[in-house]
Design a protein around this ligand. Structure first.
Ligand code: NAI
Ligand code: MG
Length: 366
């Protein structure tokens, strides 16, 4: 059966990298229908919503969403750029990424990390970040609300002032949220051949919550007897990710720990130009390069399209085309390793389209 992909190029270098990379699909001859839609800053300026209704309709009838990049700005700047006739209704600006995650309940954020550049030890692991709860659950308070103050005031530092002189943020984790992200981590390991699951938490300090998470982890792990698992302190994971990335398979973490480890993973891999990502839930998904719209680089043909290719590869895998996904992945790797037709960030002088052509040609040869 044919699958529909909603392509939302967005802002800045988003359309540039997707324009350059999407022609790879033509060679693969897959039962895919691409439908283009709008998202991002222009939609906000002219319509008061960065994700217009027609884009939600498109997403609703698609099997996958492929995003380029979107520009987000602080609320005040966003309102200042809004079309004057819309300003009196003063719609709330909410970043498109956050709208997609919330409305589609995309609870898992995946960032695969691999030694594409070569040199040194090969490694291949994946950070799975919980996207809906944890320290980013939205329970972030200043002043400390009355209902919490009796608890907070037990801390000796808090007693030196009142509710106005302290902040409190709650790391919410629920059995519902934990079980689905932990199961997702083990499924990812099983399906994509990662050799182990590591929970990055803080059992040394956050004793009660970490003990509960470990309980849930052990229960889920029982269904995956072939996969070794461990719980490590998040700071140790950071150190080992930098020093010995080959020791990891799937690293799963709550929202804030996962946010930080994901970016560290991008750094380990050699930069934003190479980092793809996926956001997945029961009711939807979107696939996007980790990088943003890079406004200063936009329109100059300098952006590295590799992350966009690798993102397309992740999407093909998800849609059930593993061979096509593998060929895109291998083509990127060949070009990146040869280093002769690569963009500035990898030490070359190629433009976005030159490098993209090199990848597409490498794919045709294999
Ligand atoms: P950015 O990722 O756009 O750029 C950061 C740096 O990385 C820049 O120096 C840029 O030149 C470089 N870079 C990014 N992509 C590259 C590529 N493909 N090849 C080579 N170099 C690359 O992040 P920044 O500057 O913090 O944000 C710019 C805008 O993008 C903001 O409006 C921000 O809100 C938005 N953004 C959107 C994201 C998304 O769509 N998910 C993610 C991150 C930022
Ligand atoms: Mg981040």
């Amino acid at each position: 059966t044919r699958k529909t992909v909603a392509v939302l190029p967005g802002d800045g270098i988003g359309p540039e990298v997707l324009d350059a990379a999407l022609p790879v699909l033509a060679d693969l001859d897959l039962p895919l229908d691409l439908e283009f839609g709008e998202i991002g800053w222009d939609c906000w300026r002219t319509g008061g919503n960065p994700v217009p209704d027609r884009t939600w309709d498109l997403i609703g009838r698609s099997d996958a969403v492929l995003l380029g990049a979107t520009t987000s700005k602080p609320r005040r700047e966003a309102l200042a750029e809004l079309a004057p006739e819309l300003r009196e209704h003063a719609p709330q600006y909410l970043s498109p990424i956050i709208q997609l995650r919330q409305r589609l309940d995309l609870f898992a954020n995946l960032r695969p990390v691999e030694n594409h550049l070569g040199g040194g030890t090969p490694y291949r692991f994946c950070v799975v970040r919980e996207n809906t709860e944890g320290l980013y659950a939205g329970l972030d308070f200043h002043p400390v609300p009355n209902a919490l103050w009796p608890l907070v005031a037990e801390h000796p530092n808090a007693r030196r002032g009142g509710p106005d002189d302290a902040t409190a943020s709650i790391r919410l984790q629920t059995s519902y949220g934990l079980d689905r992200i932990l199961r997702f981590a083990f499924e990812t390991a099983r399906r994509h051949g990662y050799g182990r699951v590591t929970l990055a938490d803080k059992p040394n300090v956050l004793r009660r919550s970490s003990a509960y998470v470990r309980e849930r982890l052990e229960a889920v792990a029982a269904d995956y007897p072939e996969l070794p698992f461990e719980v490590l302190n998040v700071d140790a994971v950071a150190l080992w990710m930098a020093r010995r990335p080959e020791r990891f398979g799937v690293i799963v973490a709550e929202n804030m720990f996962g946010d930080i480890l994901s970016d560290l993973g991008g750094g380990v891999m050699g930069g934003l130009g190479l980092a793809p990502s996926a956001n997945i839930g029961e009711r939807g998904n979107y696939f996007e390069p980790v990088h943003g719209s890079a406004p200063a680089m936009a329109g100059r043909g300098r952006a590295n399209p590799a992350a966009a290719f690798l993102t397309i590869g992740m999407m093909l895998e998800h849609l059930g085309f593993p061979e096509a996904a593998g060929s895109v992945h291998d083509a990127v790797r060949q070009v990146v390793r040869r280093r002769d037709r690569v963009t500035y960030d990898l030490g070359g002088t190629a433009t976005t389209t030159d490098m993209a052509r090199a990848v597409i040609e490498a794919g045709q040869r294999t």
